[in-house]
Design a protein around this ligand. Structure first.
Ligand code: CA
Length: 224
């Protein structure tokens, strides 16, 4: 776990509480150091202050996302204008928490953010959301135990979304992750394939359209 926080008292508290939860914690005190640590240490999640010397927390996150690094980030904001900046990132922010916060609150939020982390792509356990099960060993998809035939691309698309439940993917991200960097197709292709997967899965489909952003997979009723 990487904590980037310039206020020593808060950084110490975060380190103590997160360590008590069993996380290994590395602390950086400014944005530039935080970005370097994120790139070199590859933390499972980052608790990132917005108001930082050297480089703003939102800029740290923006640069990580530009690297295609989607490490979960929990932003700590002290002021309304900072919250606006975090919200302005759209895809950049997994979550934010406003100061003053209790360390217990931070720990709870970190756990929430971590639950959204991707499982390893090679993991063999089936992915299950509601009645839909994706078996990554046999490449079989079932709805309420009845097998559904998906094309290889449809399978990859569904698997990618279900591997990170609740995470919102832009069409561009899905194109690069499912079709590959050399894809010559446009983002409309993503919409077409999502529609095909939905048609095949019927009412059990976990794919949600996030207007103006893209798609996510989650259980029905899990989020507004
Ligand atoms: Ca600060």
């Amino acid at each position: 776990m990487l904590v980037v926080e310039d206020e020593a008292a808060i950084a110490d508290l975060l380190r103590m509480y997160l360590a008590r939860e069993g996380y290994g914690v590395h602390v950086e005190r400014d944005g530039r150091g935080g970005l370097a640590a994120a790139r070199s240490l590859k933390p499972v999640a980052i608790v990132l202050d917005v108001g930082l010397p050297e480089m703003d927390g939102t800029e740290v996150c923006r640069r990580l996302r530009a690297d295609d690094d989607w490490v979960p980030v929990l932003f700590c904001t002290a002021r309304d204008d900072e919250i606006d900046r975090v919200l302005g990132l759209e895809l950049g922010a997994d979550d934010y928490i406003t100061k003053p916060f209790s360390p217990r609150e931070v720990v709870a939020r970190v756990k929430t953010v971590l639950r959204r982390v991707d499982g390893p792509p090679t993991a063999s356990a089936p992915l299950v959301i509601g009645g839909v099960s994706v078996d990554r060993v046999t490449h079989r998809v079932t709805v309420d135990s009845v097998e559904v035939e998906l094309t290889a691309t449809e399978f990859d698309l569904l698997e990618r979304l279900m591997r990170a439940p609740g995470r919102v993917f832009s069409r561009e991200q899905l194109l690069s992750e499912v079709w590959g960097y050399a894809a010559v197709v446009g983002t409309r292709t993503v919409d077409v394939h999502v529609a095909q997967v939905r048609a095949k899965l019927g009412a059990a489909s976990p794919i949600r359209t996030v207007r103006g952003v893209g798609y996510s997979a989650e259980a029905r009723g899990a989020a507004p």
